[in-house]
Each structure stands twice: as structure tokens, then as C-alpha cells.
Design a protein around this ligand. Structure first.
Ligand code: SIN
Length: 289
């Protein structure tokens, strides 16, 4: 990897790199943009410290990587006033539910999920609230050739509603009335994607499953599918395979939604946390074969 401008510090063996030497309030030079793209292709997630940016500057940064989504589908997040491309992820001290508090990729239940997400810390708890990232290219490479060959022939069905209830049964503290509401709100947010895809830039094979939204393999029952889906997810998310990013004021993360799972930790009870997120659209995973 070229590194003529920026200083890169990897956070773990396979996932995540911290990048110093760039001020995201200013337009990126073509060299810096290319180095960040290279780092994203290698490490799946890039992290910046001490940034002081507006929502418009966050969107300008994200545009270096693709088209920034103007949201058209129902979502749990509200937009920033004046910059509708940026959504607010806010949690009050009394909120029971933690957005993204499980291993997942963003919007896998849509036919064209975003290529990446950009998350900027606006206000943080005094402790906790880290986010973990896990590289699914590394996870795929660790599987046996026999398992990979079998998985290359499979597609999986990803279901938005699984976050609230499975098979009509409420999960994780959701009430039956809430489940009825979410069932209407998220009707149709179901998509099928290959279980192994090829990354359009790095060429790496990626295991594209996650433990909640991935409901079943196409043509299999949920009961048949779940043991293998859970095995793959547990194996992929071993501590050896993930990094943990400790947010500080001014921290910004961008992750490749095709290559990593992420998980927002729920360990700051009684405090609030506010993040600004925008998502970037672009080329999706290619067929593996
Ligand atoms: C998300 O899942 O997109 C949110 C991650 C976070 O808030 O750390």
C-alpha cells in the first residue's frame, strides 16, 4: 500500500486502521483520497481523530467514495436539519434499545445495500459506547476450501423485521403492539444476497452473513439454516478477528459495509450518546465464482 501523505496505525491483525495527518474539514487531495480508499480496501474500516466538521463537511468527505444516500426507505433515525443525507443516532439515558447493538452490516435487507457508512461522534458518554468491527474477508479466508465451495453456491435471505421479532414472536423487549407497528413499517425490507461475494475493489472473497438479519439460506428453512449461519457468525467474530474503536470527541469512522460487520456496545447505562451517520452508495459485491 502507498503511504506518501498519511500515517496509518492498524488496530488489529485484520481489521481497522487509524489514519493521522488529514483534516476532514478541507477537501481531500486526490493522493490522500486514494490512500484512504486503499486503507479501507485493506482494513475494512478507517478511523480519524480530532476532527471538527459540519454535517455538510461529513457529506463532502463521504462523496470521495461514492454517492451519498438521500434516504428513501423507512428508518428509525431522523435526519439532521438542513443536511438530510446525515442521520442522527441518538440514545437517551433512559432508552432501553441501543441502535446497532449486535453484529450486522447496514441495510443488508435492501436489494442494494450501501458500500459504506461514515459515523461522526457528536456527544459521547463518559465511558463506554465503543464500536467493534470484524473483517468478513479474513473470516472467509479462514474457512476450509470445502466449506467455501459449498457456500459459494448459496444465497441468503436478510430480513429487517428480525431485529424486532422472529416468526411473528417479539424479541429483545419488543411488545406485541410494537411488533405489529414494525411489521407494517418495515414490510418488504427483505433481500437475497450471495453468501460469498467478491469485493469489487480488493478482489477478496467476503462472507456476507450476520447473526440477526440473515434469516435463512434461499431454498432452505430457517430451522435448517440457522445452525450454520450462527456457526459462521460466531467463528467470524472471534476476538482475534475484530478491532474495537474507542470514540473520543472529534472521532470519525468510515467502514466498508461490504467487508466488515460492526457492533455498537451497550455499556453506558444512564448516559446519552449522539452520532451523525451518512451512508455511501456504490458498487456492490460481485459473484464469487
Ligand atoms: C450503526 O450500527 O450504524 C451504529 C454504530 C454506532 O453507533 O456505533
Amino acid at each position: 500500500m502507498r503511504n506518501t501523505v498519511l500515517k496509518l496505525t492498524p488496530l488489529s491483525a485484520n481489521t481497522g486502521v487509524e489514519i493521522a495527518g488529514v483534516d476532514l474539514a478541507n477537501p481531500l487531495s486526490p493522493e490522500a483520497a486514494q490512500e484512504i480508499r486503499d486503507a479501507l480496501n485493506t482494513w475494512g474500516a478507517v478511523f480519524f481523530r480530532d476532527q471538527d466538521i459540519t454535517p455538510d463537511q461529513q457529506v463532502a468527505f463521504a462523496r470521495h467514495f461514492g454517492t451519498v444516500e438521500k434516504r428513501t426507505h423507512p428508518s428509525s433515525m431522523s435526519p439532521v436539519e438542513g443536511t438530510p443525507e446525515v442521520s442522527i443516532i441518538h440514545r437517551e439515558p433512559t432508552d432501553g434499545r441501543n441502535t446497532g447493538g449486535f453484529w450486522h452490516t447496514d441495510q443488508c435487507f435492501l436489494p442494494d445495500p450501501p458500500l459504506g457508512s461514515v459515523l461522526y461522534a457528536k456527544s459521547l458518554p463518559t465511558r463506554g459506547g465503543d464500536t467493534m468491527f470484524c473483517h468478513m474477508g479474513a473470516a472467509c479466508a479462514e474457512l476450509s476450501e470445502g466449506m467455501r465451495a459449498m457456500l459459494r453456491g448459496l444465497k441468503a435471505v436478510h430480513v429487517r423485521l428480525n431485529y424486532h421479532g422472529i416468526g411473528g414472536k417479539p424479541q429483545w423487549g419488543v411488545t406485541p403492539d410494537e411488533l405489529e407497528f414494525f411489521t407494517m413499517k418495515y414490510a418488504g425490507q427483505v433481500a437475497t444476497h450471495p453468501v460469498i461475494g467478491r469485493h469489487p475493489e480488493s478482489g477478496q472473497e467476503i462472507l456476507y452473513v450476520n447473526p440477526i438479519y440473515t434469516d435463512r439460506f434461499e431454498g432452505w428453512t430457517r430451522e435448517e439454516s440457522q445452525p450454520l449461519i450462527q456457526y459462521l457468525c460466531e467463528r467470524a467474530t472471534r476476538p482475534e478477528n475484530y478491532c474495537r474503536f474507542d470514540w473520543k470527541p472529534g472521532s470519525l469512522a468510515m467502514w466498508d459495509n461490504r467487508a466488515v460487520l460492526h457492533y455498537a456496545l451497550d455499556d453506558y447505562a444512564g448516559e446519552s450518546r449522539t452520532m451523525h451517520r451518512c451512508v455511501v452508495l456504490g458498487p456492490w459485491l460481485q459473484p464469487a465464482a
